[in-house]
Design a binder for this molecule. Sequence first.
Ligand code: GLY
Length: 571
Amino acid sequence: MRGFLKREGKYKLFAILLLTFLIPVGCVQGQLSKDEGEYKNGVVVCAYPDAAQVGLNILKKGGNAVDAAVAVQFALAVTLPEAGNIGGGGFMVYRSGKGETNTLDFREKAPAMAGPNMYLDSAGNVIPGMSLSTHLASGVPGSVDGMVQAHLKYGHLKWEDLVQPAIDLARNGFMITKHLANDLNRTQAEFKKLNEGKIYMIRDTPWKEGDLLVQEDLAKTLEQIRDKGRAGFYEGVVADELVAEMQRGKGLISKTDLQNYHAVWRQALIGNYKEYRIITMPPPSSGGVALLQLLQTVEKYPLSRWGFNRDSTVQLVVEAERRVYADRSKYLGDPDFYKVPVDSLLKPAYNLSRMSNFSWDKATPSVSILPGKFVGYESDQTTHYSIVDRDGNAVSITTTLNGGFGSKIFVKGAGFLLNNEMDDFSSKPGVPNMFGLVGGKANSIQPGKRMLSSMTPTIIEKDGKLFMIVGTPGGSTIITSVFQTILNVIEFNQNMQQAVNSKRFHHQWLPDVVYVEKDALDGDDRLKLEQKGYKIIDSGPSGRVDAILKTKSGYYEGGADPRGDDTKLGW
Ligand code: GLY
């Protein structure tokens, strides 16, 4: 086109007009795309616009998907303090452009001094809030070691170049969105109650959209990580500050806990749904196992004929979810401490047998569903990002502080928030956690153990090639949001953005209710389900799915969740 403009001067004005009106916005901004929202060389979808831009810049500089992921993780620790983090943990599912698969578990661990009764009073009752907003709520953070290990194994660009953009965002500040302003304002009282000294997110006048958030302490901490890698967080000044913070609030994390923390590479959990190969996270996430169980349970039913969110579809999916979450409560935990019966849970015959007491006539009461037997078990407070690079390397990472802003306790002087991930353990058998999830022995607290997660970062192949990258925050709803997004594409023929936008519903065995987003169900469908005994409760937005789909034309289409500030950028 450039040559055309130069040679044919008389057509220049016409050509400029044509370019102005015909070329999609992305191209005008310097992005090369086939159609608006479809890209050839890579896509980043994550929960904050500035962090997405950091990831795209890394891809454009020749970084691969893992380089971009590392840079996005650190950028989100600055721009998405609710969930992006260096004081939390997460999971990465990876698929190289050639098809190699791997997963990295950088989930937090219980400190060495933790124990099964640490949240119980002398009468054996759970002390409310203790696993949520105290110094005892934090597991040993895994995110920094996770990023270091991911970069060592797969990274291409220099480590310091991946951390620097986050330092710049922290030191120079960035303009906050309306969502973030609201979240900060809502949390001021708790920040003030739980923290001492200067905290950059605390101020006397309300935050508003467009304000600049500068975080000098966090910039200094990130510089340590930039210059010293793992040692910049788990040793030295930052480790000293973290342990001093623990001592201030009688927390348990020690220097030895920090030194002993190591992320773990785990073989990906792989299953099939029709002609698709599902590559997902094994325990200590419950997400991968539950997702494959759900897919197995519904595979034989004509969902696409019934239609998206129609009564039969919703009924079947709810009954599948009920049974799978019952299994989760009993059988899922950290595989390094508890023998999780993954093979038994993923036998197709087992999952079909779980539906033997399902009746189309009426809802199965959850009290009549126990975890199965076999011979032989976040909410917007978490965040997910999906990235693909020009070689087709794909990264699916979900990372979390657990609650919004974690424990809401900053490490004094170091400027980062501590997680309250210990609440993901079962504090006492049968007592629900923050997400209403119950658990037992498999997920009891033990020193050095990882708490069970619902995070479900997933990559899907079709015909041996990359097909989709998907994941979401949302606590207990993560699994059902990922499951329904996959069905939206495969069964209901939605494109990536539609599949992400589509209204979702959720059932988790206990409590025995179906949570539905506003307008998720047509009035008639809802009535039919209610007449069968389903208790339907309207809920707020469920999850923030950030996903990428390879389209039939071979381009990548992002789906960024409109429920948040989620952003897709590509080139
Ligand atoms: N903290 C939410 C999860 O890991 O499931």
